[in-house]
Design a protein around this ligand. Sequence first.
Ligand SMILES: Cc1cc2nc3c(=O)[nH]c(=O)nc-3n(C[C@H](O)[C@H](O)[C@H](O)COP(=O)(O)O)c2cc1C
Length: 214
Amino acid sequence: MDLNLRSVRQEYTKKGLSGKNIPDNPFLLFEQWLQEAMEQDVNEPTAMLVGTVSPEGHPATRTVLLKELRNEKFVFYTNYNSRKGRHLQNNPAISLSFVWHELERQVHIEGFAEKIAPEISDEYFHSRPYKSQIGARISPQSQPIPSRFKLMKEFVMESSKWIGRQIERPSNWGGYAVRPTRVEFWQGRPNRLHDRFLYEEQANGNWGVNRLAP
Ligand SMILES: Cc1cc2nc3c(=O)[nH]c(=O)nc-3n(C[C@H](O)[C@H](O)[C@H](O)COP(=O)(O)O)c2cc1C
């Protein structure tokens, strides 16, 4: 197959981002951009690429859904024993990247993750569809498994155990809250002269902001 990748290119012309009208706090701008992505029917607007670091120092990424913005932290849910969970246990450094192609925008966040309070995980777990709750109980996320058949068998067996009862959240499933230290907003512009603004946490706890070269 001869794919001509070199000619795949697009001019970014939709919007701009000016230093004059960006807020002091990156959360305000993030919420505004996320709201716009949701209103404008971006596909999977809450999907973010989550980067972690292995004990050997290798980066690893996977897509996860943002579920909440809580006390200026980004919250997502997963299996604490998954590969990402094991990475975070060893090293809480994390990155989150949102790409909203339809709006020619991306946001890159770097910070540190910590497990959220069990009661908050319980509350979210019970708000999920019944079958997703069962799935979270039986899936040893990121582990090798012998077959899909075995997974389905465990799903059926586990489902039968909880008929008429509230399903218990397994202790190895729950949320992480990411406290950001660096948030970069990128808006595509013509001629690859994009707008980039980087917010960085200062020693006094306030945010500093700088325009970056594209
Ligand atoms: C659109 C999308 C949303 C996803 N959302 C989640 C999620 O919220 N939580 C999760 O654990 N995995 C989610 N996944 C699956 C992860 O990408 C990944 O396969 C899984 O978490 C195991 O990753 P790990 O082995 O690196 O720990 C999602 C995948 C996609 C494509």
